[in-house]
Design a protein around this ligand. Structure first.
Ligand code: NDP
Ligand code: X2W
Length: 354
């Protein structure tokens, strides 16, 4: 639906708009001054008003859900966000690119450049190599220059976003030994998507705290791919994921051996300098630790750290909202960069507190 007065806005469509990532895209895009949602798409509920399933959008988004039809999408939109499961995006995205659309994909399908590695971890067929090589990995603060002007972005995973933003400054400065990295990661339940499962239903997760996919998580190769590029050598990590009884939020606590007697003051200067001019990464004073509630509902990644002179190890804690900086928010940040707009456009929301 085109609203008069919006002629100059970029038209966007959302596939998977009935999922958590899709609905969060809607929330932010409704407030975006340069973009207009022209199509919300569902494979299972085409023809139904989106407000049937999401009454919180009543009077706000008056649209029926469209079916998955790349040619129709190309008539209605310039950019498509695919907030679809891994294994679905790999088949759909090539059709969207073929139809002339710009694509920002939120799934894991195009993040791992080695197709056989993708197949080993995701247990799906790898996307066509010619399409895979077109995808720009959109960790905005790190690869933003490559995102500018690109037509196809692979949005990073939620855990990799928190992990990489926390580790990269120290790693790229050569201050930590890449062979010693340990990542202790915790996520709220919305990270698993809207579908129900034994792992996430109320009685299983309420008043509970459990580890899952230890050493087997599909985000391991994505994290190792980026860290290896930065370090200039093959990096392997110990990565433990845990589910926390909360709706949103990721906290990654990371440990690595320091390669010198760096102090908290050295680290503060390094991290502040690294993220200078990147408004969505906020560096705490050394020894002050960020909490998930301090980024809830926002696109911020807050990072705290401390060197331990006793053990020679560095502790880094990085928090994000998995649905925002870990998915929809960063996807919109990438759209902004892609289009040459200020990266904060439509994203300047304070965290919801308390
Ligand atoms: N939740 C999170 O925190 C994060 C999620 N992601 C990734 O983003 C993507 C979306 O995640 P999320 O929103 O949580 O997942 P959900 O399970 O909540 O939603 C996925 C949506 O995809 C749609 N879908 C399923 N099959 C198809 C199909 N064959 N064709 C078109 N649409 C389909 C479904 O809607 P319908 O049946 O109506 O079409 C569903 O609503 C996933 O790849 C996920 O891994 C990435 C980072 C963080
Ligand atoms: C809490 C929870 O279950 N989180 C999900 C996040 C993964 C995800 O979003 O999938 P992609 O691989 O497409 O990034 C998980 O651990 O599998």
């Amino acid at each position: 639906m085109t609203v008069s007065g919006n002629a100059s806005k970029v038209k966007v469509a959302i596939v998977g708009s009935t999922g958590y990532g899709g609905v969060e895209l809607i929330r932010f895009l409704l407030g975006h001054p340069l973009a207009e949602i022209t199509s919300v798409i569902s494979a299972s509920s085409a023809g139904v008003p989106i407000t049937d399933g999401f009454p919180h959008l009543s009077e706000i988004l008056v649209q029926d859900l469209d079916g998955v039809d790349p040619e129709e999408m190309a008539k209605k939109a310039d950019i498509v966000f695919t907030a679809t499961p891994s294994g679905v995006s790999s088949k759909l995205v090539p059709q969207l690119l073929e139809a002339g659309l710009k694509v920002i994909d939120l799934s894991g399908d195009f993040r791992i450049k080695d197709g056989s590695l993708y197949e080993a971890w995701y247990k799906h067929d790898a996307p066509d190599a010619s399409v895979l090589e077109q995808a720009v990995y959109g960790l905005s603060e790190i690869n933003g220059d490559n995102v500018v002007g690109s037509g196809f972005i692979s949005n990073p995973g939620c855990y990799p976003t928190a992990t990489l933003l926390g580790l990269i400054p120290a790693l790229s400065a050569g201050w930590i030994d890449p062979a010693t990295i340990i990542i202790d990661a915790k996520s709220g339940v919305s990270g698993a998507g809207r579908g129900t499962s034994l792992m996430t239903h109320y009685a299983e997760i309420n008043e509970n705290f459990k580890a899952y996919k230890v050493n087997k998580h599909q985000h391991i190769p994505e994290i190792e791919q980026s860290l290896s590029q930065i370090a200039g050598e093959q990096v392997t990590v110990t990565f433990t994921t845990q589910l926390v009884p909360m709706t949103r939020g990721i906290m990654c606590t990371m440990y690595a051996q320091l390669k010198g007697a760096y102090t908290d003051e050295d680290l503060t200067e390094l991290y502040r300098q690294y993220y200078e001019g990147r408004p969505f990464v906020r560096i705490r004073e050394a020894g002050k630790w960020p909490a998930t509630k301090e980024v809830f509902g926002s696109n911020y990644c807050d990072i705290g750290f401390a060197a331990d002179p006793r053990t020679g190890r560095l502790t880094i804690i990085s928090v994000i909202d998995n649905v925002v900086k870990g998915a929809a928010g960063q996807a919109i940040q990438n759209m902004n960069l892609m289009m040459g707009w200020d990266e904060t456009t439509g994203l300047k929301l304070s965290p919801v507190y308390p």
